[in-house]
Ligand binder design. Structure first.
Ligand code: NAD
Ligand code: TYD
Length: 361
């Protein structure tokens, strides 16, 4: 059997961590299809760009012809779909791209994969998997005393982002039930770790703190998220891919519920110790409470019992160990952060490839 997978959105935060660790573990060939939106950054993949088992393709998951070509050429044994517009605040300002990629794009991807899968040999058909990476945000918002989300929680998305992800999850479910496509869906909580784009809370706070800028906290900062270290998430996806029951959904979480204000104060404390301000004052002085996000979900929490009981996956990192690793990474990779925040990486792609006499499609 061909030991190849196609990953979509592999130049983004979670996708690039996944591609890097997949290749490091020697698990086989990876074809990474990415549109390189503002969130896609090939600098996340410099360690593997010349790896003999790595292929990068610049393209859109909505491009069915390109997908058909890639599937025929590489004969993958799995497709792992990370590609998405992923930032809630952006979805509030401009929902259209979210519908286009998360809903229409996933639909075209499913169509192409179904056509490919239908023509496989019986053996290959049985081993093939389509794994869709989704979010806990599709379940809506919890009150303080509510039980954490299980896989049977009814969907109640509240933002254009979560609504578009919910729609994509429903399409994946329908392609399994209607056409028998061997799908797997993972719904995970908020990730953090290396290569996280500094528009999201944790990297934004680290970056702004070091740059002497305000640390914006929406509303009263009492909203709760369940933080999952990105490498733990990648391990969970590998586990589900290898052993998950076809057609099933697995919730993936870090068992780490924290109010936003606590996360920000923890980051400030770690930075005070590792990279103190020149004036000796605490980074927490930079905290600024700002207007709340419209429709801001109060609390997300994942009950990750099913994946633990059925597949034996548990996160390795506590919040304390994961956040320390994350701060260390950002302190050691200030060039990456500066490159991203200056927008320089967008030019970098062009420069990088033209230096090699290659054109990005
Ligand atoms: P990201 O925004 O960092 O990366 C998304 C990647 O997809 C980028 O490389 C982008 O260029 C690419 N992309 C966007 N539109 C595309 C298209 N039409 N065709 C091909 N590529 C396209 O996102 P992320 O944080 O890495 O999230 C990955 C997946 O995990 C998403 O599906 C997201 O909904 C889900 N998720 C993320 C989190 C989180 O905390 N980051 C939590 C739960 C679920
Ligand atoms: P974010 O990282 O955008 O992830 P999500 O909205 O998908 O959970 O935000 C995490 C939490 O932090 C969320 O409750 C919104 C809040 N937040 C702030 O308070 N300030 C900020 O500047 C950002 C980006 C987020």
């Amino acid at each position: 059997m061909n030991n190849c997978i196609i990953v979509t959105g592999g130049a983004g935060f979670i996708g690039s961590n996944f591609v890097n660790s997949w290749l490091k573990l020697g698990l086989g060939k990876v074809v990474n299809l990415d549109k390189l939106t503002y969130a896609g950054n090939l600098a996340n993949l410099v360690d593997v760009e010349h790896h003999p088992e790595y292929v990068f393709v610049h393209g859109d998951i909505a491009d069915q012809d390109l997908l058909a070509e890639l599937l025929t050429e590489h004969q993958p044994n799995a497709v792992v779909n990370f590609a998405a517009e992923s930032h809630v605040d952006r979805s509030i300002h401009g929902p259209e791209d979210f519908i286009q990629t998360n809903v229409v794009g996933t639909f075209h991807l499913l169509q192409a994969v179904r056509a490919y899968w239908s023509n496989l040999t019986t053996e290959h058909k049985q081993s093939f998997r389509f794994l869709h990476v989704s979010t806990d945000e599709v379940y809506g918002s919890l009150g303080k005393a509510d039980a954490a989300f299980t896989e049977t929680q009814p969907y109640a998305p509240n933002s254009p982002y979560s609504a578009s992800k919910a729609a994509s999850d429903h399409l994946v479910r329908a392609y399994h039930h209607t056409y028998g496509l061997p799908t797997l869906t993972t719904n995970c909580s908020n990730n953090y770790g290396p290569y996280h784009f500094p528009e999201k809370l944790i990297p934004l706070v680290i970056h702004n703190a070091l740059a002497g800028k305000p640390l914006p906290i929406y509303g009263n900062g009492q909203q709760i998220r369940d933080w999952l270290y990105v490498e733990d998430h990648c391990a969970a996806i590998r586990t589900v891919l290898a052993a998950g029951r076809v057609g099933e959904v697995y919730n993936v979480g870090g068992w780490n519920e924290k109010p936003n204000i606590e996360v920000v104060k923890t980051l400030c404390r770690i930075l005070d110790a590792k990279s103190p301000r020149n004036d000796g004052k605490p980074y927490a002085d930079q905290i600024a409470f700002v207007e709340d996000r419209p429709g801001h979900d109060q609390r997300y929490a994942i009950d990750a019992t099913k994946i633990a009981n059925e597949l034996g996956w548990k996160p390795k990192e506590t919040f304390e160990s994961g956040i320390e690793k994350t701060v260390n990474w950002y302190l050691e990779n200030q060039d990456w952060v500066n490159n991203v925040s200056s927008g320089e990486y967008l030019n970098w792609v062009q420069t990088h490839y033209s230096e090699r006499g290659e054109e990005l499609a």
